[in-house]
Design a protein. Structure first.
Length: 162
Protein backbone atom coordinates (compact mmCIF):
# COMPACT_ATOMS: atom_id res chain seq x y z
CA UNK A 1 0.00 0.00 0.00
CA UNK A 2 1.25 3.48 -0.87
CA UNK A 3 1.26 6.38 1.60
CA UNK A 4 -1.40 8.07 -0.56
CA UNK A 5 -3.71 5.01 -0.31
CA UNK A 6 -3.16 4.87 3.46
CA UNK A 7 -4.18 8.53 3.75
CA UNK A 8 -7.29 7.95 1.60
CA UNK A 9 -8.43 5.05 3.85
CA UNK A 10 -7.79 7.05 7.04
CA UNK A 11 -9.70 10.02 5.60
CA UNK A 12 -12.66 7.79 4.69
CA UNK A 13 -12.90 6.45 8.23
CA UNK A 14 -12.62 9.99 9.71
CA UNK A 15 -15.60 11.00 7.60
CA UNK A 16 -17.49 7.86 8.67
CA UNK A 17 -16.95 8.78 12.35
CA UNK A 18 -18.46 12.27 11.82
CA UNK A 19 -21.43 10.78 9.96
CA UNK A 20 -22.04 8.23 12.73
CA UNK A 21 -24.43 10.60 14.53
CA UNK A 22 -27.48 9.65 12.45
CA UNK A 23 -29.98 7.21 13.99
CA UNK A 24 -29.61 3.62 12.74
CA UNK A 25 -32.25 1.16 11.68
CA UNK A 26 -31.78 -1.77 14.12
CA UNK A 27 -32.87 -4.41 11.59
CA UNK A 28 -30.47 -3.11 8.91
CA UNK A 29 -27.62 -2.91 11.41
CA UNK A 30 -28.20 -6.50 12.56
CA UNK A 31 -28.31 -7.75 8.94
CA UNK A 32 -25.08 -5.94 8.02
CA UNK A 33 -23.26 -7.33 11.10
CA UNK A 34 -24.42 -10.86 10.31
CA UNK A 35 -23.35 -10.58 6.63
CA UNK A 36 -19.94 -9.11 7.57
CA UNK A 37 -19.27 -12.04 9.91
CA UNK A 38 -20.23 -14.44 7.10
CA UNK A 39 -17.96 -12.66 4.62
CA UNK A 40 -14.87 -11.55 6.46
CA UNK A 41 -13.39 -9.49 3.57
CA UNK A 42 -16.55 -7.35 3.23
CA UNK A 43 -15.11 -4.26 5.06
CA UNK A 44 -11.99 -4.40 2.85
CA UNK A 45 -14.09 -4.65 -0.37
CA UNK A 46 -16.55 -1.98 0.78
CA UNK A 47 -13.65 0.39 1.57
CA UNK A 48 -12.15 -0.22 -1.88
CA UNK A 49 -15.54 0.35 -3.53
CA UNK A 50 -16.17 3.56 -1.61
CA UNK A 51 -12.74 4.98 -2.50
CA UNK A 52 -13.03 4.04 -6.20
CA UNK A 53 -16.50 5.59 -6.45
CA UNK A 54 -15.32 8.73 -4.63
CA UNK A 55 -12.44 9.05 -7.10
CA UNK A 56 -14.84 8.56 -10.04
CA UNK A 57 -17.19 11.24 -8.68
CA UNK A 58 -14.33 13.70 -8.18
CA UNK A 59 -13.07 13.05 -11.72
CA UNK A 60 -16.58 13.42 -13.17
CA UNK A 61 -17.14 16.69 -11.28
CA UNK A 62 -13.84 18.07 -12.60
CA UNK A 63 -14.82 17.09 -16.15
CA UNK A 64 -18.25 18.72 -15.78
CA UNK A 65 -16.60 21.91 -14.50
CA UNK A 66 -14.25 21.94 -17.51
CA UNK A 67 -17.13 21.36 -19.94
CA UNK A 68 -19.12 24.18 -18.36
CA UNK A 69 -16.14 26.53 -18.79
CA UNK A 70 -15.82 25.46 -22.43
CA UNK A 71 -19.56 25.96 -22.97
CA UNK A 72 -19.46 29.46 -21.48
CA UNK A 73 -16.47 30.32 -23.68
CA UNK A 74 -18.17 28.94 -26.81
CA UNK A 75 -21.37 30.83 -26.04
CA UNK A 76 -19.41 34.06 -25.64
CA UNK A 77 -17.68 33.45 -28.98
CA UNK A 78 -21.04 32.70 -30.64
CA UNK A 79 -22.58 35.91 -29.29
CA UNK A 80 -19.59 37.91 -30.53
CA UNK A 81 -19.85 36.29 -33.98
CA UNK A 82 -23.60 36.97 -34.14
CA UNK A 83 -23.00 40.61 -33.24
CA UNK A 84 -20.33 40.92 -35.95
CA UNK A 85 -22.63 39.26 -38.50
CA UNK A 86 -25.51 41.59 -37.63
CA UNK A 87 -23.22 44.61 -37.97
CA UNK A 88 -21.89 43.38 -41.32
CA UNK A 89 -25.40 42.75 -42.63
CA UNK A 90 -26.55 46.16 -41.46
CA UNK A 91 -23.61 47.79 -43.22
CA UNK A 92 -24.36 45.96 -46.48
CA UNK A 93 -28.14 46.45 -46.44
CA UNK A 94 -29.28 49.07 -48.97
CA UNK A 95 -31.10 52.01 -47.51
CA UNK A 96 -34.82 51.71 -48.11
CA UNK A 97 -36.42 54.69 -49.83
CA UNK A 98 -38.89 56.59 -47.76
CA UNK A 99 -42.39 55.49 -48.69
CA UNK A 100 -45.17 58.01 -48.98
CA UNK A 101 -47.45 58.00 -45.99
CA UNK A 102 -51.12 57.18 -45.75
CA UNK A 103 -53.20 54.11 -46.43
CA UNK A 104 -52.69 54.14 -50.22
CA UNK A 105 -49.33 55.92 -50.16
CA UNK A 106 -47.20 52.94 -51.18
CA UNK A 107 -49.74 51.16 -53.43
CA UNK A 108 -48.96 50.73 -57.12
CA UNK A 109 -51.60 49.96 -59.71
CA UNK A 110 -51.79 46.28 -60.57
CA UNK A 111 -49.71 45.30 -63.58
CA UNK A 112 -47.74 48.56 -63.69
CA UNK A 113 -44.19 49.13 -62.55
CA UNK A 114 -44.03 52.94 -62.67
CA UNK A 115 -45.33 55.24 -59.98
CA UNK A 116 -48.81 56.62 -60.62
CA UNK A 117 -50.77 59.41 -58.99
CA UNK A 118 -54.01 58.26 -57.48
CA UNK A 119 -57.21 60.30 -57.51
CA UNK A 120 -60.65 59.79 -56.03
CA UNK A 121 -63.41 59.14 -58.53
CA UNK A 122 -67.04 60.30 -58.29
CA UNK A 123 -67.91 57.30 -56.08
CA UNK A 124 -65.13 58.13 -53.61
CA UNK A 125 -63.07 55.08 -54.56
CA UNK A 126 -59.41 55.36 -55.54
CA UNK A 127 -58.86 55.37 -59.30
CA UNK A 128 -55.76 55.58 -61.40
CA UNK A 129 -55.30 58.21 -64.09
CA UNK A 130 -56.77 57.53 -67.48
CA UNK A 131 -54.70 55.59 -69.96
CA UNK A 132 -54.56 56.65 -73.64
CA UNK A 133 -57.35 54.38 -74.81
CA UNK A 134 -59.51 55.28 -71.81
CA UNK A 135 -59.05 59.03 -72.34
CA UNK A 136 -60.43 58.67 -75.82
CA UNK A 137 -63.54 56.97 -74.46
CA UNK A 138 -63.77 59.40 -71.54
CA UNK A 139 -63.95 57.02 -68.58
CA UNK A 140 -61.97 56.08 -65.46
CA UNK A 141 -61.16 52.52 -64.42
CA UNK A 142 -61.26 51.68 -60.71
CA UNK A 143 -57.79 50.97 -59.38
CA UNK A 144 -58.67 48.19 -56.96
CA UNK A 145 -61.18 45.36 -57.26
CA UNK A 146 -63.14 44.49 -60.38
CA UNK A 147 -64.79 47.84 -60.96
CA UNK A 148 -68.05 48.26 -62.91
CA UNK A 149 -70.06 48.71 -59.69
CA UNK A 150 -70.37 44.98 -59.09
CA UNK A 151 -72.00 44.33 -62.52
CA UNK A 152 -70.42 41.68 -64.67
CA UNK A 153 -69.80 42.07 -68.38
CA UNK A 154 -70.66 39.51 -70.94
CA UNK A 155 -68.03 38.50 -73.43
CA UNK A 156 -67.94 40.88 -76.33
CA UNK A 157 -69.99 43.61 -74.68
CA UNK A 158 -68.63 47.11 -74.25
CA UNK A 159 -68.73 49.25 -71.15
CA UNK A 160 -69.82 52.76 -71.95
CA UNK A 161 -68.41 55.80 -70.12
CA UNK A 162 -70.15 57.04 -66.90
Amino acid sequence: MTPQESEMIADLFRRLRTADTAPKDPEAEALIRRLVTEHASAPYLLTQTALIQEHALTTAQGRMDELQRQLAQTQAQLEAAQTQLAQAQAAQAPARPASPGGFLGGVRPLGRRSATTWTLGRTGSATRPLGRSQRRRGRRVPALGHGHGGRSRRRGSTVRGD
